[in-house]
Ligand binder design. Sequence first.
Ligand SMILES: *Cc1c(COP(=O)(O)O)cnc(C)c1O
Length: 367
Amino acid sequence: MSFIPITSVVIGPDEEAAVLEVLRSGKLAQGPVVAELERAFAELCGVSHAVAVNNGTVALVAALEAVGLGPGDEVITTPFSFAATLNAILESGATVRFADVRDDFTIDPAAVQALVNERTKAILPVHLYGLPADMTALTAIAESAGLAIIEDAAQAHGARVGDRAVGSFGTGCFSLYATKNLQCGEGGLITTSDDAIADRLRLLRNQGMRVRYQYEMPGHNWRLTDLQAAIAVPQVGRLAETTQRRAANAARLNEGLAGVPGLTTPSVPEGRSHVWHQYTVRVGADAPITRDDLGKHLDEAQIGYGLYYPRLMHHYDCYVDHPQIADDATPLAQQIAGEVVSLPVHQHLADSDVDRIVAAVRGGFRA
Ligand SMILES: *Cc1c(COP(=O)(O)O)cnc(C)c1O
């Protein structure tokens, strides 16, 4: 019985050829291949600009700086995410407020609305697991209160709300980390249709320079290399197909796991499209098995799984009492963090793999 991993990275001949071409050009740093990646990704998202940076966390930090956030400003986000979301806001100097999530794992617009006050400057939703947050409701709140929207779309390349892609509702931040749906080891992309923000992002990325040694603002070195961009470019062209395979696996999992008492399978709210970075179920308090025991059962069945994320970010000791973090109560997020298990859904699974995952989970639940 072979092990079914939760992620599987396959670098194909297109990527190999593109990287070799960059190597032979002798120009390894940011250049024409980064520009090509930016053009392709901006088109995919239906925005005027994509700006490549060296990772997804930097994409968030850069977006916060470009939008003008700093000490004294409040940013409303979800507590149920990867620590990068929180770390980026802390790096900007702004204060973090946490709004609770809904059953779909994304931030609850009503909870966001309740936190808006005169210090609020931005809403930072996370399109967790590849499912867009409720951008229709969040956009309405942002517009009426004059807030910026920064989307953490690190897990959601190509996901849509209606006919609009994520990353087009404000400033979009994507990760190209090794295990993301679109990846080049380490990398990031920022999307915007605001010319001034795009211009600031390009300056910030390159030591504040538009023209060499003409510094217009204090900047950073946040550049991506052509070597890495070469790995990502061919994947942009294949993204619709890989997403479609992930969606087919998710549908097969949902069908196979339907009606198991105590197990909640993921659902996709009307009007939103999910790109299935993760397929995440909940093991409820009424389940016949604990989450820990389901984990042991999956280990025995040689099936990889992940707990994304086992605790709320700000409940780790290093964030408790942090001066930039308000200890907002988010009871549903806290409950959900204790219940989630992500199962393999990636594009390299065969139907027989999916069926083995279903059988193993059902076996654990004796259903
Ligand atoms: C991966 C990820 C990031 C950070 O991206 P890196 O490229 O790893 O820096 C931020 N937010 C979320 C939700 C992520 O999953």
